[in-house]
Design a protein around this ligand. Sequence first.
Ligand code: SF4
Length: 492
Amino acid sequence: MQPSIGHSCGVFGVYAPNQPVANLAYLGLFALQHRGQESAGIAVSDGQTITVIKDMGLVSQVFDERKLASLSGHIAIGHNRYSTTGSSSWQNAQPVYGSVGDEGFALGHNGNLTNTADLAASLGMLPGFVPPKSAVDSTTDSALVAELISRAWPVERRSDGRELEIALEAVLPTLEGGFSFVLMDDSRLIGARDPHGFWPLVIGRLEGGGWVLASESAALDLVGAHYVRDVQPGEMVVIDATGLRREVRWAEPEPKLCLFEFVYFSRPDTRLYGHTVHTARQRMGESLAKQAPVDADMVMPVPESGIPAAQGFARASGIPYGDGLVKNRYVGRTFIQPSQKMRGAGVRMKLNPLPENIEGKRLVVVDDSIVRGTTTRQVVKMLREAGAAEIHFRVSSPPYRWPCFYGMDTGQRSALLAADLSVGEIRDYLDVDSLAYLEIDRLTAATGADAESFCTACLTGDYPVAIPDADAKMLLEPIRRELETPSPIDAP
Ligand code: SF4
């Protein structure tokens, strides 16, 4: 998959008195960096005050020793953002901070709501209208949720301090679409997932005591936590000084985990539905070799996304595995795109062929998916120029034909290569000798999990949650408040 396609975001939370929670959140976000590279942020509570630091860029660019040292406390949440609603700008970075009187809370959201317009209208947030006394500090649907929480906040201050979870129990059932939340007030860490559980969220236990919430199980390993269980679809969990205090099923679960977590999003060392992602990706390649065999001299991946499936394809076909492309590991989203004149250099900065491995060979080239197809086409061109005799392209997922409304940013349907083209037409467009996509049944079988437990909407058009009439993206943009000069430190 091309790196230009938006991932869903990464969220992390930690409750650990007497431990450096900001540093743990930093490590957790570092492990989840692949889920969003536009902005990063951490909110920390010391029991009195919630402090938020967030900025544009990678986790390692946003935080240094000095900033982390300024975040002392016993609870932290963190967020890596890839914009799926609102524009890519500082005020849309997360965690989002909300307040009611002198009580504060912070929120990190992975996913995308589908009833944004209805929710905004329910708050009187129509374009051009700025709600008075709004606690919203950004234009994302996540900020809308923060505003809903503020409005559902119990009027009377409670002796048990459970205002946030009570407000959430009122707000969560009004939300539609995909969401895995981490939230905190001054003394509680809360996690919640939508009833379909589109995006993963796991609970871990720290070796030195304390609790962790994370988008992926691999992030637990990095902070020295062990996996306890998933936050279930339709569940809210509350962690405080007494431990995992509340496990609330606020909606009937109907699991539909994003199938692309197995195909592309998740780290290979993450486990989903009890199965390791790397192994599942290798099985996808094996299945692809059986479904669409071909005579060839070498199986090679489009690095790095196609590596496990190419390994599986080679193993099942008996065709030797080799490297035909070298990836520059240091080209991130901050890479300045070359001018029109230097266009060809764009892909070459990321991928460069190894002619001595390619020349005169019949190649099987494996990638995990093709979304827009522009990078794939350029890769094929490079391989031909490097002397490939034949190119047989194999994709370890079905054609990506429908846009995602639950948290992956693919843009309009017209931007999707397979939206209106047949496989034969795509083969001609890419200029390959043959092309095959893994069938959906084979893909779900390769995961090892129940086929019914996945969202497959972008591959099948079968949307588990009704999609909005018009793409809600940018809907909230006109109501952006006049903000003071953005500062990387948001200390409410
Ligand atoms: S539409 Fe596709 S990318 Fe979006 S949640 Fe469903 S499977 Fe994942």
